[in-house]
Design a protein around this ligand. Sequence first.
Ligand code: 13P
Length: 284
Amino acid sequence: MYLISSQEMLKKAQREQYAVPAFNIHNLETIQVVVDTAKELGSPVILAATPATYSYAGTPYLISICKQAAEIHHFPFALHLDHHENLSDIKSKIEAGIRSIMIDASHYPFEENIDIVREMVVFSHKYNASVEAELGRLGGQEDDLIVDDKQSAFTDPDAAKEYVERTGIDSLAVAIGSAHGLYKGEPKLDFQRLAKIRDKVDIPLVLHGASGIPAEMVKKSISLGICKVNVATELKIAFSDALKQDFNIHPDANDPRHYMQPAKAAMKKIVEEKIRICGSAGKL
Ligand code: 13P
């Protein structure tokens, strides 16, 4: 079985104080970049896809490509459900072979959030699938998930303890000031809050919205308990900027096997950089 859960990877990262990078992928090329680069650097990796990506690419296609990539490289990794909300959709994706999920019920009141996540944990654990959930609410935009400043909320450490105990989740996404998408100014992370959460909660913690957060801040958050670092926007920007630049230089280009190469190379640089920041190279 090459598509694995995130559980063992994240537990090892927690023990050894590094983070596993989770990179959002969208198609064959972005999967190739992430898998090839992680394998080259000997880094464990999570390939994340939002509901919109599964709809765009088709779940069977994404699963098949990822399984194939893992087999070709003899490299087990997790294909992950990023910010999934629909329970029957998640269940059918687990039945189709995915073993790493995030159920996002963070927009519900505390008790409802717990009930929804608990149901998902019971189901997922029968398949040995790992479950991540979010408490508090991250701001910003990822696909059609848009959370404005008024709706966003930081994770309360005491509530986090109760939440983890009552849901039985395997990892917790924390809201400590990071946001999905680009930051307007310099991002500010609440490290004191993160340390308090780590004090109360013993499972791997997850940092969403890592694009645009300076390396030193990501490293500090890893030293305080973050075990999974999610990156999407920076990869998309690198890929599409290189593509645009290539078309500017070669306006008549029409062969995807050629014009995709600079885009893949640009994305690879970001993947390499993030793996180094996470400290996950050589941790396979
Ligand atoms: P960014 O797009 O800000 O990197 O966030 C990615 C993320 O958190 C995926 O869940």
